[in-house]
Design a protein around this ligand. Sequence first.
Ligand SMILES: N[C@@H](CCC(=O)N[C@@H](CS)C(=O)NCC(=O)O)C(=O)O
Length: 213
Amino acid sequence: MSPVIFYDYFRSSAAYRVRIALNLKGIEYETRQVDLREDAQKSAEYRALNPQGLVPMLEIDGHRLTQSLAIINYLDIRYPVPPLIPAAAAERAHVVAMAMAIACDIHPLNNLRVLKYLKNELGHSQDELDNWYVHWIREGLPALEAMAKPKSGKFLFGDVPTGADVCLVPQLYNARRFNVPIDDFPTLLRAEENANNLDAFAAAHPDRQEVPA
Ligand SMILES: N[C@@H](CCC(=O)N[C@@H](CS)C(=O)NCC(=O)O)C(=O)O
């Protein structure tokens, strides 16, 4: 069987999500580094594989998969144990909604290419970029806290990690990296702490990844 190949970058939060999911599912994989600092994601060679020019990308079972949530969904169907998305319709919708609140409504606004466009094409200062970054996190996380709280346990939904936690942990890592205050989200912090106590999450942390030379 061909090896599973993961196109990764240690600080990419979308890639971090997939590393966590691969670890939770116990899937062994080889890594190919795509150095975002060098714009390797925009190279003709990489775009020939992934026309969006973004990480992550996963080669598995003869498929080339892109988009972290699509990859996680594939892994959950292909390797159902442990499940990352509940089977019951309403629970599933709730977990997916929390994952999407992060992956669709917070993360894309603070992505590298957005920040670069604001700075280089629209002429915004670094201070304005910093404010922009904080703004979208501070708008998104209170909503996520409120969404999660009623059905949370050790994790965002109940007492086992789901795809929502898989998205949460990288987003909070990012928030800390940019010094965004996040102390006022007890449900999110509890889920993060419990997640990071699991090997699958800890091993996916950016500090434990290969850094391109
Ligand atoms: N919606 C995509 C987002 C992927 C994405 O934005 N990746 C970022 C790193 S976290 C990237 O490759 N950025 C390169 C760039 O902005 O040029 C997913 O979930 O996979």
